[in-house]
Design a protein around this ligand. Structure first.
Ligand SMILES: Cc1cc2nc3c(=O)[nH]c(=O)nc-3n(C[C@H](O)[C@H](O)[C@H](O)COP(=O)(O)OP(=O)(O)OC[C@H]3O[C@@H](n4cnc5c(N)ncnc54)[C@H](O)[C@@H]3O)c2cc1C
Ligand SMILES: NC(=O)c1ccc[n+]([C@@H]2O[C@H](COP(=O)([O-])OP(=O)(O)OC[C@H]3O[C@@H](n4cnc5c(N)ncnc54)[C@H](OP(=O)(O)O)[C@@H]3O)[C@@H](O)[C@H]2O)c1
Length: 261
């Protein structure tokens, strides 16, 4: 059943990255469902055990696919004991999910003046919003250099490696005009050439700049932060001292943030 506020979507496929913790799933794209890269949808499920009831539990999920791509894709953590996410892990192709028809969120590249370097800094599933941006040719056209930083606990949580490798191999050629740097950073695992550290001390001590091979420049660099709210708060404070601030009242800033909880 659908009404004007939400649409019914069918689960098409599932992909497990880390058993019991991280998965992606695709769903059919409802007619007229449009969004900007970086926005999030509200997904709904009926009460547990009542598959035919109206959706009653809703959660925010960033789109992974680009605005012009179908089907819709989402990347999700499974929080033990959570009301919503463990039920995503039980989905199978053909199952129903509900989608609020209204799209939300301001973590979009139109927050910034185009040009210069775009830093996309995520922890955990905060990667989702950036995948949508990287799946959108407009992002590659708007900036000269894109730096994707992904902080995770362990190496298997470095999801979407094939897609990222594809962008790495195509960067600098149409339609992926910008230069591209990928910095995967596990905190509880070793990865050759990468410090085992949280992204925040790496921002603070300049190591992130060394890894990216660029110096942070508030005049030409734009930074997005997405994921763990404690990371966002800490990184935002560190970046404030380096000249980065969220825009306001029509004045474009050089920082944009989104908390996942
Ligand atoms: C704007 C926005 C976009 C979001 N996009 C995504 C997304 O693309 N993918 C995704 O997996 N989640 C995303 N979330 C989180 C998502 O809405 C749910 O909170 C999450 O799936 C857990 O739902 P739950 O009911 O099982 O647990 P909840 O009761 O919602 O959360 C319980 C606890 O789990 C932890 N938690 C919640 N979400 C996460 C997370 N993503 N990573 C690590 N720990 C978490 C927090 O400690 C939280 O207090 C987003 C949230 C917001 C606000
Ligand atoms: N189902 C399972 O088996 C399982 C297993 C583990 C966790 N979980 C659930 O998964 C959730 C955690 O998911 P997650 O690991 O993707 O997210 P997360 O806890 O936010 O960790 C992701 C990355 O962010 C880092 N980080 C955390 N706080 C930070 C801060 N203040 N500043 C900078 N970096 C920070 C972490 O480093 P650190 O490693 O240093 O914290 C890690 O590298 C929890 O809700 C937990 O319940 C499930």
């Amino acid at each position: 059943m659908t009404d004007s506020k939400y649409a019914k979507a069918t689960v098409l496929g599932l992909r497990e990255w880390v058993p019991g913790k991280l998965l992606s799933f695709t769903v059919s794209r409802p007619e007229g469902f449009s969004f900007k890269a970086g926005q999030f949808a509200r997904l709904g499920l009926p009460p547990a055990g009542q598959p035919d009831a109206e959706p009653s539990v809703w959660r925010a999920y960033s789109l992974v696919n680009g605005p012009d791509q179908s089907p819709l894709e989402f990347y999700s953590i499974v929080v033990p004991g959570g009301e919503f996410s463990p039920r995503l892990a039980e989905l199978a192709p053909g199952d129903t999910l509900y989608l609020d028809r209204t799209l939300f969120g301001f973590l979009t590249i139109d927050r910034f003046e185009p040009g210069g370097t775009l830093w996309l800094i995520a922890t955990g599933t905060g990667l989702s919003a950036y995948l949508s941006m990287l799946n959108d040719p407009a992002t590659w056209a708007a900036f000269e250099h894109i730096i994707l930083v992904h902080g995770v606990r362990t190496c298997p949580e470095l999801a979407y490696g094939d897609e990222i490798a594809h962008w790495q191999s195509r960067a600098g050629t149409a339609p992926f005009k910008a230069r591209f740097t990928y910095l995967p950073i596990p905190t509880q695992d070793t990865l050759p050439g990468t410090p085992q550290a949280r992204v925040t001390p790496l921002i603070d001590n300049g190591q992130l700049e060394t890894l990216a091979g660029v110096k942070l420049d508030p005049a030409t660099h734009k930074i997005m932060l997405c994921g763990n709210p404690a990371m966002v708060t800490d990184a935002r404070a560190l970046l404030k001292d380096k000249g980065f601030a969220v825009g306001r009242r029509g004045v474009p800033g050089n920082l944009a943030v989104e908390n996942y909880w």
